[in-house]
Design a protein around this ligand. Sequence first.
Ligand code: SAM
Ligand code: SF4
Length: 329
Amino acid sequence: MKYLVDKYSRRIRYIRISVTDRCNLRCRYCMPVGGIQWLPHDSIMRYEEFLRIIQICAKRGVEKIRITGGEPLVRRGILGFLERIKAIDNIKELTLTTNGLLLGGLAKDLRSVGIDRVNISLDTLNKDKFVYITRVDALDKVLSGIENALSEGFAPVKINVVAIKGFNDEEISSFARLTMDIPIDVRFIELMPIGCASKFGSSSVMKSYEIRQLIERSFGEMEPLAPGLGPAQVFRLPGARGKVGFISPLSDNSFCSRCNRIRLTANGYLRPCLLWDHELDILGPIRRGITDQALEELLEQGIMSKPGSHKISYNYSGRTISLMNEIGG
Ligand code: SAM
Ligand code: SF4
C-alpha cells in the first residue's frame, strides 16, 4: 500500500471529521454565546462527500476515523453515516467525541452501528460550574449519558477534561479518582488559544506536568504506560482500572513529531494542523466534479503542507482565529 506520508515522514493514519458546526452547548472556550454565524446548510459537507474522501484515504493507509463537531449527535442521519464508515475496508477504528448530552438516548444505537469508542467532554463535576462553562444546565444528562455508555459496554469510556486554572483545578483529583474503580480513562487537555479560548489568556493554562504533580500528590506516583500512536502521554494510578492521559500541545516539545492526523472541517476544508490557520478547500473541487485520482492528489497536496510543528507558545502568540466548533477539536 502506498501510504499518505507528509514531508516530515509522518504517516497519516487518522482523520478527525467535524460533521457540523452546530451544538447544543456553548462552552465558553469554544463558542460565543450569541451572534453565531452558522455555516450555510449548502456549504456543509454531505455524508456522501465525506465517505468519498474516507474511501480514498482508507486505500492509502488511514485506519482510524473520529467523528466530532460541533456536536456530532445533533446532525440528522448520523447513525447511518457511522454505519457506512464502519463498512469501509481498512477502517479499523471508528470513534466519536461528544458532549454527552444526547448519549443517554443514543448509546445503544451507537453500539449497534459499531462505534468502537466514545470520548465524552466534561470539564467539571459541579453543577453550577457546568452551567457556567457550558451556559446550559445539563450536567445530570451528561452523567447519565456516561452511565449509559458504560452499561452498553463501551469500555473504556474516555472523558476529556480541558484543564483551566481558576475553574477546575480543584477538581483534578476527583477526575483522576474516576479511573480507580470503573473502566473510565480521563484525559486532561491543555487549553489551546483557538478562537474563543484566546480571551482566557495564558494565565488560565494548566500545563500537563502541573496537573500530573497535583494528581501524584494525592495518589502517589503514576505508572507510565507505553505511548499509543497519537500524542497523548498515558499513566495509571496505583491499582486503578482506567488510565490518566495528558494532551500537551503547549508544554510537550515532541507533541508534533508524533502527530499522525489530519482534519476535515464541517465545510469541507482539509486542515493539516489544528493549531495553524491553513486549510485547503476540498468541497469546492468535489462539487465541481473532480475525479477520484485528482481528489487523491489534492489530499496528498494538503498533507504535504502539514507543518513540522505548530507555532503557538505559552504567551499565546501565534494563536489561531478559526472556531473550534467548525474544526472539531
Ligand atoms: N461537541 C463535542 C465535544 O464537546 O466533545 C465535540 C467537539 S469539541 C470542539 C471537541 C473537543 O475539543 C472537546 O473535548 C472540547 O473540550 C475540546 N476543545 C474545544 N476548545 C478547546 C480549546 N480551546 N482548548 C482545548 N480543547 C478544546
Ligand atoms: Fe459544543 Fe463541544 Fe464546543 Fe462545547 S466544546 S461548545 S460541546 S462543540
